[in-house]
Design a protein around this ligand. Structure first.
Ligand SMILES: Cc1cc2nc3c(=O)[nH]c(=O)nc-3n(C[C@H](O)[C@H](O)[C@H](O)COP(=O)(O)O)c2cc1C
Length: 229
């Protein structure tokens, strides 16, 4: 597949056929994904392939905790989990939690996460991350940049095998318990939970902002970078 086509069409896939994904295919996907860049080439990622049905249900349950919180933010009309959320925005989301739980659908992606063909958890070794913004008095985000290219590579590599999937993070809301479930040392963070499989539908047109909507010249408030015609 042409790289440009892959970049334009690798959207989130949350519905899969029953066709299984062999370990040979998963191994090839991980073998491609490992060429992702990371700060200092520390490759701080670890992958847990969750196979055991009971373990899958536990991961699903941790996911559901975060999912209900996500929906509660949507119901409250606030940006889910914004690091800049005010106390009042957090409280209004919290007030919607029961309403969010009541919206559960047995066949929803969150509720049936334990049934996806491939369920992966990607963890990050905090001791190996090059988190250059660790001392700044703001929310820290650079550390994740050493792991998420790897996660994204998994999704891109999956396209080679006509697979689709989605990177998810809401389970990190329940990370303390999730870490216990996965026997993850305290020095590791959960970066993502990934679902992979044969898509019921492969997205073709993704909704994304135009380059001019997010690119300026020289300064943040500089002139818009216009795409040459
Ligand atoms: C960092 C990150 C976290 C995400 N977390 C979740 C999640 O917890 N659950 C989920 O269903 N999708 C999750 N997604 C998928 C996004 O919802 C999806 O990429 C976005 O809505 C674009 O969808 P599209 O590719 O179908 O256009 C996440 C994506 C990213 C990049």
């Amino acid at each position: 597949m042409d790289l440009g086509d892959a970049l334009r069409t690798t959207g989130a896939v949350r519905e899969f056929t029953d066709q299984p994904v062999g370990d040979d295919v998963l191994a090839r996907i991980l073998d491609l994904a490992r060429f992702a860049p990371s700060g200092g080439n520390r490759q701080a990622w670890r992958v847990i392939v969750v196979r055991d049905p009971a373990q899958r249900r536990r991961v699903r349950d941790h996911y559901l905790e975060g999912w209900h919180e996500y929906v509660s933010h949507v119901l409250a009309g606030v940006v889910p989990f914004s690091p800049l959320a005010t106390a009042s925005e957090r409280a209004s989301a919290h007030a919607q939690l029961d309403a969010a739980r009541a919206l559960a659908r047995p066949d929803g992606f969150a509720e049936s996460l334990d049934q996806v063909p491939v369920l992966l958890v990607v963890a990050a070794d905090l001791g190996a991350l090059a988190a250059t913004d660790r001392d700044l008095a703001r929310y820290q985000m650079v550390g994740g940049a050493s792991v998420y290219p790897f996660v994204w590579n998994i999704l891109l590599a999956a396209r080679q095998h006509d697979l689709g999937g989605v990177m998810t993070t809401v389970a990190t809301r329940d990370e303390v318990a999730l870490r216990d479930t996965l026997h993850l040392p305290a020095t590791f963070a959960v970066a993502a939970v990934l679902a992979l499989g044969h898509p019921r539908r492969q997205p073709t047109r993704l909704s994304r902002r135009a380059v001019r909507a997010f690119t300026t010249i020289d300064t943040f408030d500089g002139p818009t970078f216009e795409t040459p015609r």
